[in-house]
Ligand binder design. Structure first.
Ligand SMILES: Nc1ncnc2c1ncn2[C@@H]1O[C@H](COP(=O)(O)OP(=O)(O)O)[C@@H](O)[C@H]1O
Ligand SMILES: [Mg+2]
Length: 459
């Protein structure tokens, strides 16, 4: 169908309008650089009719459209100064059948400042996203369940069983264990296994809040309750945890004065916000945790005994990793498996000596520390096996020099002693990555004595 003149005119008008709205400015030139389209009124105070047919260099300062006609190379996102503004422009040659027949210049931003503003805007959006991600993390929900708490240790299994049973009651639970033994995991899992699991799980670390703020954090306050208080007031953690579980971590750091106030909440199950006079009923399950011997603090008069007994209805003691030797092996292998499922090049095994070192170390940071050490060893290992060479020095130093010694072959006592001696020496050298001076130091003998013994063995 052949279009009528009116229809073509109408379509052209639409395209014209689109061009005007889409770009801050637009120029089309023919192959000689003469202007055939000019939508530049927003930048230059010149009408299209006045410039049609003129060479572009006569009309637009610093133009390069005539150069693009020669090079045939597009110039995208260039900065051009027009009337004192640094505009962001693009120049594209129009090519028909391999011949340059013209060029289009468009202005994308009237001022480079607009680009900067946009970049700042994007930056700000990124910051918002980051903040919301953090907020989401802080949302009051429990993240771990009993399925994630694993053990091969009998004592630990008994603790898990007790925790599972008491999760179903409303009794206050006190968790005692060194840092990194899994106290927080337990608190989450207990909440998840309780009938409160659809209620909030609120955590507060008593050690991380300044003493002067802990009361308002816990109790909340009415608008303008004290100087510096927000106009809107604040909901405290007790209220936030209503209907759910409140996990008070590092309870030993609770200031003495606050202990009395906490005791009243635990006993009366009612709350009054700071500066308020309304009593709010509370339905909270308390889980508390501490990595110090709290009973010792009670005996020293540093922690209120009445509060301690109120919170310590069920006592869970999490054994340290040192006490759970079988778990060291299990966790180490688990971590390796997790890594190798994500990274195919990751090592698959621990050498016997490396595992022996891991099992002998005293792990003051418990599972948290074990995770870190293994992660770092995995990153260092390039082959199939994590060896002692990939473990930090302090772990190797902690390893007893004697590896389990197989029963030596029969012989007289002297030869048996020699066999054991050389095994210890060789093991120590291996643990010292072949460094004989270091091995001698660890064995407490002089380097020359070590060489002498080795010579005897090798001849
Ligand atoms: N039973 C477990 N199974 C697997 N990982 C655990 C277990 N217990 C603890 N972890 C690991 O140890 C880290 C420390 O646990 P966490 O509960 O925060 O210890 P705590 O509160 O006693 O310092 C956790 O982030 C987790 O990686
Ligand atoms: Mg913790």
């Amino acid at each position: 169908m052949i279009k009528s003149y009116e229809q073509l005119q109408w379509e052209m008008d639409i395209i014209d309008e689109f061009i005007e709205k889409a770009y801050e400015g637009l120029i089309i030139v023919d192959q000689e650089g003469k202007i055939i389209k000019f939508k530049y009124e927003r930048l230059l105070d010149v009408k299209e009719e006045e410039v049609i047919g003129k060479h572009v260099t006569e009309v637009v300062e610093n133009t390069r459209l005539h150069i693009v006609l020669k090079t045939g190379q597009p110039e995208i996102g260039d900065i051009q100064t027009i009337k004192g503004h640094n505009v962001v422009t693009s120049r594209i040659p129009i090519i028909r059948n391999g011949i340059i027949v013209g060029a289009v210049g468009t202005i994308l931003f009237k001022d480079i400042l607009e680009v900067q503003h946009m970049a700042e805007h994007i930056d700000q959006m990124k910051r918002y996203v980051k903040k919301y991600k953090q907020d989401l993390k802080r949302l009051n929900v429990a993240k771990y369940t009993f399925d994630q708490i694993q053990t091969k240790d009998r004592k630990m299994q008994a603790t898990i069983d007790l925790a599972k049973r008491t999760a179903l009651t409303n009794s206050s639970i006190f968790i005692e264990g060194q840092s990194g033994t899994g106290k927080e995991y337990f608190a989450h899992a207990i909440h998840e296994a309780s009938y409160r699991k659809y209620g909030p799980f609120v955590k507060i670390n008593c050690a991380s809040i300044p003493e002067s703020l802990i009361e308002s954090e816990l109790f909340g306050y009415e608008p303008g309750a004290f100087t510096g208080a927000s106009h809107h007031g604040k909901i405290g953690k007790f209220e936030l945890a209503n209907g759910g579980t409140l996990f008070l971590d590092e309870l030993n750091s609770m200031p003495f004065e606050m202990q009395g106030k906490l005791l009243r909440i635990v006993e009366e199950r009612e709350l009054e916000r700071i500066g308020g006079n309304q009593r709010i009923p509370l339905d909270i399950r308390f889980i508390t945790a501490c990595n110090e011997d709290l009973l010792k603090l009670v005996k020293e008069g540093k922690f209120r005994s009445d509060l301690f007994y109120r919170l310590n209805v069920v006592h869970l003691r999490l054994p340290s990793l040192k006490e759970r030797k079988r778990d060291i092996n299990m966790f180490a292998n688990q971590i390796l498996t997790t890594f190798s499922s994500e990274y195919p090049k990751c090592p698959k095994f621990f050498s016997k000596e490396a595992m022996h070192s891991l099992e002998s170390y005293h792990w003051p940071g418990n599972i948290r520390e074990l995770r870190n050490i293994i992660e770092s060893a995995i990153n260092q290992a390039s082959g199939n096996t994590v060896t002692v060479a990939h473990l930090p020095e302090f772990i190797k130093l902690d390893t007893p020099n004697v590896l389990p010694v197989e029963t030596p072959e029969a012989g007289n006592l002297k030869s048996i002693m020699e066999q054991i001696e050389i095994k210890i020496i060789l093991d120590t050298i291996r643990q010292a990555n072949g460094n004989r001076s270091e091995a001698a130091k660890r064995l407490g003998i002089h380097r020359t004595a070590l060489y002498k013994k080795l010579n005897k063995y090798e001849t």
